[in-house]
Ligand binder design. Structure first.
Ligand SMILES: Nc1ncnc2c1ncn2[C@@H]1O[C@H](COP(=O)(O)OP(=O)(O)OP(=O)(O)O)[C@@H](O)[C@H]1O
Ligand SMILES: [Mg+2]
Length: 383
């Protein structure tokens, strides 16, 4: 049986700067992650309703939307709609959300946790939940950040790009302290990138200096297909799957999955290290003696592993049989068996081409299984 790591993440896509590619990222990343057979929910938390329209749902015809969900007037499940040309579920939104925000602001208590509470019953029904935030650090964005495990920050590499970033990072920090200590930075994504533009390259370098490996290696190019796909009400993957824009978001999905795998493998290695300490301690004490059952064989050191020993698919040289359900749950939202194909490195659709998002340590990446995300993504692009 093959396993891969379920993402189990709620990711808020936020930047209070307008027009930096939040919605484009939300819709296209949702479709790309869904293409890797993950169960994806996209939540539109912007009264502009762009993610709703970009997913082919008419925002003026909503029976229920994010507004009612936030105000506790309906269950999340009642407001969800399936996006056939995308492969994900959507919580749609429209301008009613502005009224919802005003109502939230009048609440004396609990206004920041409304979305988190509404999401709780459905959290485990999805592998990844993406939240498209409005271009403001308002109560809607605060609700998204309180509900999220991490925040993905799309940035356009231009002169004022870094301005306002401090305010966003301060907000993240305040929310960490006050309401959501787990909140982490998923990554900084360079969007609408033009490698021929010197300023873009300079700002890109500044971002790397500032955020280090939090900057995604995948870079989203400026691409006309990404810009026009919303007018057809579909992600670029369903509009022109060969376009550089669609491929770039597939590459981003691959990079995120690979990061998750690496974290999974690191946890497995850590647990294994404890396991061998245990074996070494056993060896010092001499082999265990069977006292009750005469036919019992002396235990092998490897068999004496604690019950929560990690699965061998995270580290190929382990003596254990795969036992993913026994993986220690060190990070409640991150790891868990997901019965599809095990992932491997991404396809680098755009990064390789431009030498910009390329993953130069791919050669050192230990395969976690037989099938690969690269292959999965290859399949998608060939479909
Ligand atoms: N990589 C890209 N290439 C070309 N056009 C893009 C790209 N990404 C986004 N766009 C276009 O740029 C505009 C702004 O993008 P988008 O709506 O995703 O930004 P946003 O951050 O969600 O904006 P807002 O802050 O208003 O919600 C849109 O017209 C979109 O189609
Ligand atoms: Mg938007």
């Amino acid at each position: 049986m093959q396993y891969t790591v379920a993402m189990k993440r709620v990711i808020a896509i936020a930047n209070q700067k307008g027009g930096v590619g939040k919605t484009t990222t939300a819709v296209n990343l949702a479709a790309s992650l869904a293409a890797t057979r993950r169960r994806v929910l996209l939540m539109d938390l912007d009264p502009q309703g762009n993610a709703t329209m970009g997913s082919g749902v008419d925002k003026s015809q909503l029976a229920r939307s994010a507004c009612e969900v936030l105000l506790g007037e309906c269950e999340l499940a009642q407001a969800l709609v399936g996006v056939a040309q995308g492969g994900f579920m959507l919580l749609p939104a429209n301008q009613d959300l502005t009224a919802a925000e005003v109502r939230l602001l009048t609440l004396p208590i609990g206004r920041e946790t409304k979305l988190r509470i509404a999401l709780a019953p459905k959290r485990d029904a999805f592998d990844v939940i993406l939240i498209d935030c409005p271009p403001a650090l308002n109560m809607l964005t605060v609700n998204a950040l309180v509900a999220a495990d991490s925040v993905l920050i799309p940035m356009q590499c231009e002169y004022y790009a870094l301005e306002g970033l401090t305010a966003l990072l301060d907000t993240v920090e305040q929310i960490r302290v006050a309401a959501n200590p787990q909140l982490s930075i998923e990554g900084v994504l360079r969007t609408m990138f033009d490698p021929r533009n010197n300023l873009a390259n300079e700002v890109s370098m500044q971002l790397t200096t500032h955020f280090g490996d939090k900057v995604f290696r995948t870079v989203i190019p400026r691409n006309i297909r990404l810009a026009e796909a919303p007018s057809f009400g579909k992600p670029a993957l369903f509009h022109d799957r060969e376009s550089r824009g669609a491929l770039a978001y597939l590459a981003l999905a691959g990079e995120m999955i690979r990061r998750e795998d690496e974290a999974f493998a690191a946890r497995a290695r850590e647990a294994l290290a404890k396991d061998s300490e245990f074996a070494a301690a056993l060896a010092e004490d001499g082999p265990p003696v069977a006292v009750t059952a005469p036919e019992a064989q002396p235990a092998r050191a490897a068999d004496a592993a604690p019950a929560e020993a990690p699965p061998s698919n995270g580290a190929p040289d382990t003596p254990h049989e795969p036992a993913p359900e026994a993986l220690p749950d060190t990070e409640s939202h991150a790891a868990g068996p997901h019965e599809t194909q095990a992932p491997q490195p991404q396809s680098h659709a755009y990064g390789e081409e431009h030498g910009n998002g390329a993953d130069d340590d791919e050669a050192h990446h230990e395969p976690l299984g037989e099938a690969s995300t690269g292959q999965e993504i290859g399949e998608v692009t060939r479909r």
